[in-house]
Design a protein around this ligand. Structure first.
Ligand SMILES: Cc1ncc(COP(=O)(O)O)c(C=O)c1O
Length: 355
C-alpha cells in the first residue's frame, strides 16, 4: 500500500464553515485588516481575490512604460510572469542562489536601464537576501505566497519593501480558498469589485470532504491536483476584491495559524542524511510549507508520492524570448523534491523509500 500524504492540508473545521457562512451577513474585513496590521504596523493593507490581482494592482500603481522590465527569479510561478505580460511589461529572468531565491549578483549582471522593479520570492520558507537585492535601487516587491512567517532580521517578510503580497489559495501556508493580502508603504488607489463568493463556501465544504485521508487516495488525489493546475494555468485578472466569505475564513485561519504546531524541526531530524536546501545566509530564519531537499543521486520509490516543484521558467517554451542563462537553477532543480510540513510525517522511515 503506498503511503498517503495529502498534498495540501489546512486546519479547517466546522467552525470555519460557520464563520464563512456568517461572513455573508457580517463584514469581517476590519477584523482581518486589524490582525494583519499586527504583523505590518507601518503599512497599508488591502484584501484582493488572488495573488495575481494584488500584483496587478501594484504594477498598475507603478505607472511603468510599456516594455519596461520587471526582474523575477527563474523558479517563480507562471502566474507572476503572466501578470507582468498582462501589463505589457517584460519579465527579466534571474538565476537563483543555493537558497532557491533570487540571486542578487545575477540581478546586477542582467539589469538594464529599462529594469524598473524586482519581484523577490521567498521560496519554501527561504528568505531572499533583501539587503543585497536592494543595492540594485529597483522598486522591490516581496512575493510572500510561499512564505509568510519567516523573518528577515527581526521583522516578518513583507516589512522591508515598497510592496508585498501573498496568496491564500489552497496550496499556500494559510488558505481562505481564494484571496490575497496586499501590503504597501504608500496608499494604493484601487477599484475592485466586491463580492460574496458563495463558490468559496462550496469549495471549502468540498475541500474538507474530499481531502479526508480515507478517500483522498481513492478518488481525490488526481482531482485536486488537476483542479489546482487548471486554476493556475487559466490565467485571468478579474479586478475582484477578496470575497466576503474568504475574508471571514482568512480571519479564522490566521488566528489558527498562530497556534499551529510546527513540525519542521522534527521533520528535519527525520530526513537527516538527505541534503536539505537551506543554505544559511545572515538574515534567514526559515519557515517551511515544504522542505525542499536534494536526494543526493538517489530517487524516491513509487511508494511515496510527494509534490513536485513547479517547472522553472527556462524550460517553458512560451517564455523562450525572455530566457537568459540560469545555470544554478538548472542544477538545483534536477534533483529537487518537496516534503510537506503540514502534518506530522516525521515518523516515516524515509530510508525505506529512497532507492
Ligand atoms: C510564488 C507565487 N506567487 C504568486 C502566486 C499567485 O497566486 P494566486 O494563484 O493567488 O494568483 C503563486 C500561486 O501559485 C505563487 O506560488
Amino acid at each position: 500500500m503506498p503511503i498517503v500524504i495529502q498534498k495540501y492540508k489546512h486546519p479547517y473545521s466546522f467552525d470555519d464553515i460557520f464563520i464563512s457562512f456568517h461572513g455573508i451577513f457580517y463584514d469581517y474585513s476590519s477584523k482581518l485588516i486589524k490582525k494583519i496590521k499586527e504583523y505590518y504596523p507601518e503599512h497599508n493593507v488591502y484584501l484582493t481575490n488572488k495573488g495575481r490581482e494584488s500584483l496587478n494592482l501594484i504594477l498598475k500603481n507603478l505607472n511603468l512604460n510599456e516594455g519596461d522590465e520587471v526582474a523575477i527569479p527563474c523558479n517563480v510561478c507562471e502566474v507572476v510572469v503572466e501578470t507582468i505580460l498582462h501589463n505589457r511589461l517584460k519579465p527579466l529572468i534571474i538565476d537563483i542562489t543555493n537558497n532557491l531565491t533570487l540571486d542578487p549578483k545575477d540581478l546586477m549582471k542582467k539589469k538594464t536601464d529599462k529594469t524598473r522593479a524586482v519581484i523577490v520570492v521567498h521560496q519554501f520558507g527561504n528568505v531572499a537576501d533583501l539587503d543585497e537585492i536592494k543595492k540594485s535601487k529597483l522598486i522591490t516587491i516581496e512575493d510572500c505566497a510561499q512564505t509568510i512567517n519567516a523573518k528577515y532580521k527581526d521583522k516578518l517578510v513583507g516589512n522591508y519593501s515598497d510592496y508585498a503580497f501573498n496568496s491564500l489559495d489552497i496550496t499556500k501556508p494559510i488558505s481562505a480558498i481564494s484571496g490575497s493580502i496586499l501590503i504597501s508603504k504608500k496608499p494604493i488607489h484601487y477599484n475592485l469589485k466586491k463580492n460574496v463568493g458563495l463558490n468559496n463556501l462550496v469549495e471549502l465544504i468540498l475541500f474538507m470532504v474530499l481531502n479526508n485521508k480515507l478517500i483522498y487516495n481513492l478518488i481525490t488525489k488526481k482531482f485536486i491536483t488537476n483542479l489546482k493546475q487548471k486554476q493556475t494555468l487559466k490565467f485571468k485578472i478579474k479586478n475582484k476584491a477578496m470575497s466576503k466569505i474568504s475574508i471571514a475564513l482568512a480571519y479564522s485561519q490566521y488566528k489558527k495559524y498562530e497556534k499551529k504546531e510546527d513540525y519542521s524541526s522534527k521533520l528535519l531530524n527525520s530526513i537527516r542524511g538527505l541534503m536539505v536546501y537551506s543554505e544559511n545566509n545572515n538574515h534567514k530564519k526559515p519557515s517551511y510549507t515544504f522542505i525542499p531537499v536534494k536526494l543526493n543521486g538517489s530517487k524516491l520509490s513509487g511508494k511515496i508520492d510527494l509534490p513536485q516543484p513547479s517547472c522553472p521558467l527556462i524550460y517553458i517554451e512560451k517564455y523562450k524570448n525572455y530566457i537568459s542563462p540560469c545555470p544554478n537553477t538548472e542544477n538545483l532543480y534536477k534533483e529537487l523534491t518537496l516534503i510537506p510540513t503540514h502534518t506530522n510525517i516525521s515518523n516515516i522511515k524515509w530510508e525505506k523509500y529512497i532507492i
